[in-house]
Write a protein that binds this ligand. Structure first.
Ligand code: PAF
Length: 289
């Protein structure tokens, strides 16, 4: 694996690879890598000729300064995981390389995301998706991949990035990879390592609540009632403080109205466990005929 700290070094090699007809897969990350990231990287390595991973803790997507400072940084372990996963190029820039003209100018601010950014994480973390769209737009400009690999755990983020790609007219294909879980169902996340042992045990219940909502929807229970029960149940469990449980249309992210025909039905939650904020979601499997 070759590591680059500047876009200038990386882009020359990538242009040459493109001219040779090689296909490029790209996995953007903020580091603190885990098996979920390894799954994305391996998928790209299997499907493309060249895999590029970026590690960049993007300051513009953090709404709380303390969250940015506390974000885990584990560069040596990240490099070892990427080597073991078959990554070819690692881009590990500083802020100036990603934003040479500063962070204020955001082409993506002129894009219209509608309900994709005004609900759930958009309410809890105002400005977050503006920062995500800004950095992914810039990283795509640098890497110019054929396929962008993203994790389903950040369902809303994937929806925003897909829309951004559509709005800027890019031809990059987005491939969404299912969430990897611990044996008790906890979705793998870089933030899990910030949990104290008793918080970690408590967090194992989150996915069970989403599974209960899925089961309820499959037998026709009203969505709002299921959201209410899951929220109330988590409030009663030790150390869990849910911010929302939402059943929604996967295309618009608007609340699901019982009986509406939707292409993809999803339930998502954000839960504070101590000082750590975790998100998770499940796609509701289509009813069997
Ligand atoms: O999901 C993440 O790790 C980040 O939001 C991303 C997509 C790398 C942008 O900084």
């Amino acid at each position: 694996m070759q590591t680059f700290t500047t876009a200038a070094e990386l882009t020359g090699l990538l242009s040459a690879a493109r001219r040779r007809g090689q296909r490029i897969g790209f996995v953007p990350t903020m580091g603190a890598l885990h098996r979920g990231h390894a799954t994305l990287v391996r998928r790209s390595v299997e499907e493309q000729d060249l895999t590029v991973v970026s590690i960049f803790v993007n300051p513009t997507q953090f709404t709380e300064g303390a969250d940015l400072t506390a974000y885990p940084r584990t560069p040596e372990a990240d490099i070892a995981l990427l080597e073991a996963s078959g990554c070819h190029f690692l881009y590990m820039p500083g802020v100036e390389d990603v934003y040479p003209a500063g962070t204020a100018e955001r082409l993506t601010d002129r894009l219209e995301f509608g309900s994709l950014t005004t609900r759930m994480e958009g309410i809890q973390r105002p400005g977050h998706f503006g920062g995500v769209a800004q950095v992914v737009h810039r990283l795509l400009e640098i890497v110019d991949p054929h396929v962008l690999y993203l994790g389903q755990k950040d369902y809303q983020q994937v929806a925003v990035i897909r829309r951004m790609i559509e709005l800027i007219g890019s031809r990059v294909v987005v491939s969404t990879v299912p969430t990897v879980r611990e044996p008790d169902g906890l979705a793998l996340s870089s933030r899990n390592r910030l949990l104290q042992p008793e918080e970690r045990r408590a967090a194992g219940a989150i996915n069970g609540q989403l599974a209960a909502v899925v089961a309820g929807l499959q037998v026709g229970w009203p969505a709002r009632e299921l959201e209410r029960i899951a929220t109330a149940t988590m409030h009663q469990l030790p150390l869990l403080n849910p911010e929302y449980v939402e059943v929604f249309d996967g295309d618009t992210l608007l609340p699901y109205q019982d009986g509406d025909p939707v292409r993809e039905l999803v339930v998502a939650t954000a839960v504070r466990v101590g000082r750590v904020r975790l998100i998770d979601n499940r796609i509701v499997p289509p009813a069997q005929p």
